[in-house]
Design a protein around this ligand. Sequence first.
Ligand SMILES: Nc1ncnc2c1ncn2[C@@H]1O[C@H](COP(=O)(O)OP(=O)(O)OP(=O)(O)O)[C@@H](O)[C@H]1O
Ligand SMILES: [Mg+2]
Length: 264
Amino acid sequence: MSTQKSVLTATNLSAGYGGTPVIRDVSLTLTGGGAPIGVIGQSGVGKTTLIHALVGVLKPSGGRVTFNGRTVNKLALGAKKNFGVSVRRVQQNGFTGLDSRLTVRKALEAELAKARKAGRATGGTVEDALATVLLENRYESRTIGTLSGGEKQRLALASALATRPDVLILDEPTTALDHTLRLELGRRISEIVAEQKIGLLLVSHDLEMIARICSTVHVLSDGTFVETGTPEQLFNNPHHPVTREIAIAMPKASGMPEELRSGR
Ligand SMILES: Nc1ncnc2c1ncn2[C@@H]1O[C@H](COP(=O)(O)OP(=O)(O)OP(=O)(O)O)[C@@H](O)[C@H]1O
Ligand SMILES: [Mg+2]
């Protein structure tokens, strides 16, 4: 395997639906082993659309997305397969993208096999994959369709991690989880991306979650990045009105990391 760090880059990216732009002029870089990046923005602002464009399911109307220098929406079949295991995204609302009739074991085995076939180290078993996302072994025999929303969310994360991606893109990964589990899973995600040198993009409207995991945060508003900073800067000293609104809307008792509360 190459020791070269993988890089997913969006340069002046614009994209939308049916000729209507949703995101415009967005630039960001995700590097395997680089610091986790967050994108925060209110509902309907274009966060998922940005992800669609980053993973190549939505063609840019302007600018480009490249993976290791190659344009993502023009990859040849072989390169596309490699991209599919190297760059993983977890969709929002517990949508796993997996066949709901499969058992959890079968689904995770298929992901591990995909990784082996692509020559990627997995070093793990189905049990390891489940433990990573705080699911017990007894879930192995469950049919995916019978899982709760939060369990599906965690399975989707486990299946993405099973191919040992270079880049991981998470779209509201913990919305269906209770507060305790959210904190615990947030910690796990931080540890895993650091250990495995995964370039992480965490997209959310939850500043608390982003603050716990990311060191750089872009604020998406009206389709574009209006402010970029550390979570501390955005929380304690927001400049753009939308950032201010997001910071103020954070419920004071929500468990915002204590160290970020000082300025308020
Ligand atoms: N397939 C589609 N066709 C037309 N418009 C779409 C499509 N998908 C999304 N949109 C619109 O694009 C805009 C951005 O949607 P998007 O899903 O990217 O928002 P979001 O920031 O992810 O919101 P949320 O926080 O609710 O998930 C919305 O106005 C949405 O209605
Ligand atoms: Mg969304």
